[in-house]
Design a protein around this ligand. Structure first.
Ligand code: CAO
Length: 435
């Protein structure tokens, strides 16, 4: 018998994330890849799988803790591991040795603590007593709350030691529904925005009131923020993808051999990386003081992914330095992770620009909302065959509709015209992607 330590994987970010749920309890027999805990950042939640199989001897974190990459989360007694556990340094864990039951009295307030140096070994930081106390709920209750889109901090606890029960969550939902009645009055965001008048929908037919999912709530807030803050303008064009599609057709045997799906999106990502390099104003972000801008010197591009959980935007890093196969493979991996709800904070942050492709779904064009603080976003619609004048006659060509929405505080119409024209040229003649 030996003991193995399980760590928080590389989150791809130096920000601490919340432990929102423990999925296992002491003494459980753990299988490889079984989810041990659930982490949640501002943008996503993720389950941390076990890297060892065996009996759970100790949990070093508890719900409400904040953790960083590399923190030890569990000790597992394995049947055949040869190594003994490497103990974290004394400074590694600032919360008490974790048990399944959080003990608010022994948690340390951040305000009273000098934060330890951030090293993988010193990665569990303390939470405030208040925060921990508010998060007293078992995994099943947390799951229910997540499914119903309920913030646990809004729920009044009635269980022993201020524990939130299933009933508390249901009572909260009932209370909200009663409060809203059948009108669903939508309040104004303030700042002089006129509120939408309430409507008694039940007057017109049967209705039910359903909660938004957590990801849908995040999208709601992000879109509203971008819509209110960013003066949007959208530029339209078509790229002639006849040659690109012919090339993809020729590549079919190699696509099959490599097992990597080479869709137009990989070409678009590469073309956008070139466009961002040539038109660096598109790689700016406004400083909050309104007097400066940040000029990014890297090219990370987000792709909007439609998932059963809601809209997510994983980010492909350093697109300018990658080849088409590598990009295509990352698109497949990240969109799969998004669909499984397994994106890590590092997968969804740091984007410079976004592509939203509805090409596989349909439509002739749409005006995407800028993923602020980025300053532009490309919308891609379904390729159709259309007539193109070749100087003497109309020829049938494959045309891909492209729309570019941009933040008019940072970019002008002429910038957008140049950027989109450049993109159309790159996609129209894919040899240019090499330049
Ligand atoms: N025109 C015609 N066909 C297209 C196309 C286009 N513009 N873009 C892609 N296609 C084709 C692909 O080539 C593929 O067909 P083949 O297998 O024959 O090559 C098929 O459509 C399916 O593509 P896909 O969706 O699997 O892959 P993708 O690389 O085009 O897109 C992803 C990946 C993750 C972007 C996509 O699956 C997705 O989630 N799109 C939705 C994005 C979204 O919701 N945007 C709105 C956000 S705002 O609410």
């Amino acid at each position: 018998m030996a003991t193995e330590l399980v760590h928080i994987p590389d989150l791809g970010s130096s920000d601490a994330v919340d432990v929102i749920e423990l999925c296992v309890k002491l003494g459980d027999m753990i299988t490889l890849d079984q989810s041990l805990i659930v982490l949640e950042s501002a943008k996503a939640s993720m389950e941390v799988p076990s890297t060892a199989a065996g009996k759970l001897l100790a949990l070093r974190v508890k719900a409400g803790d904040k953790v960083l990459s590399g923190a030890v989360i569990a000790e597992i007694e394995t049947a055949d591991a040869a190594t003994s556990p490497q103990e974290p340094t004394a400074a590694a864990v600032t919360t008490p040795a974790a048990t399944n039951t959080p003990t608010p009295a022994t948690t340390v307030s951040i305000a009273n603590t000098t934060p330890p140096a951030v090293t993988p070994a010193a990665s569990v930081t303390a939470t405030t007593t208040e925060q921990t106390a508010l998060l007293y709920a078992g995994p099943a209750v947390r799951k229910l709350a997540r499914e119903l889109g309920v913030e646990l901090r809004d729920v009044k606890a009635s269980g022993p030691r201020q524990r939130i029960t299933h009933e508390d969550v249901r009572a909260y939902v009932k209370h909200v529904v009663q409060k809203l009645g059948t009108t669903g009055a939508v309040t104004s965001g303030g700042a002089g925005i006129p509120p939408v008048p309430p409507v008694d929908y039940a007057k017109y037919g049967d209705t039910t009131l359903e909660p938004l999912s957590r990801i849908d709530k995040i999208t709601r807030d992000n879109m509203h923020r971008a819509w209110l803050n960013v003066p949007h303008v959208t530029q339209f064009d078509h790229a002639d993808v006849t040659d690109l599609e012919e090339f993809r057709e020729q590549m079919k045997p190699e696509i099959a051999r490599r097992g990597i799906k080479l869709t137009p999106l990989a070409f678009l990502l590469k073309a956008c990386a070139n466009a961002l390099r040539e038109h660096s104003r598109f790689n700016r972000a406004l400083h909050a003081d309104g007097e400066h801008f940040f000029q990014r010197h890297y090219i990370h591009i987000g792709i909007a992914v439609d998932t059963p959980l809601g809209l997510m935007v994983p980010v492909i890093r350093e697109v300018d330095k990658k080849g088409l196969w590598e990009i295509a493979s990352e698109v497949a991996q990240l969109s799969e992770k998004a669909r499984l709800g397994k994106l890590l904070p590092g997968d969804i942050t740091g984007g410079c620009f976004t592509i939203s492709s509805l090409g596989a779904i349909g439509g002739e064009g749409f005006t995407p909302i800028v993923n602020t603080p980025e300053v532009a976003i490309l919308g891609v619609s379904k390729t159709k065959i259309g007539p193109v004048w070749d100087g003497s006659a109309f020829a049938p060509r494959k045309l891909m509709p492209l729309t570019l929405s941009y933040d008019h505080r940072v970019l002008n119409g002429a910038d957008a015209g140049r950027f989109l024209t450049f993109l159309v040229e790159e996609i129209g003649d894919i040899r240019r992607l090499l330049l």
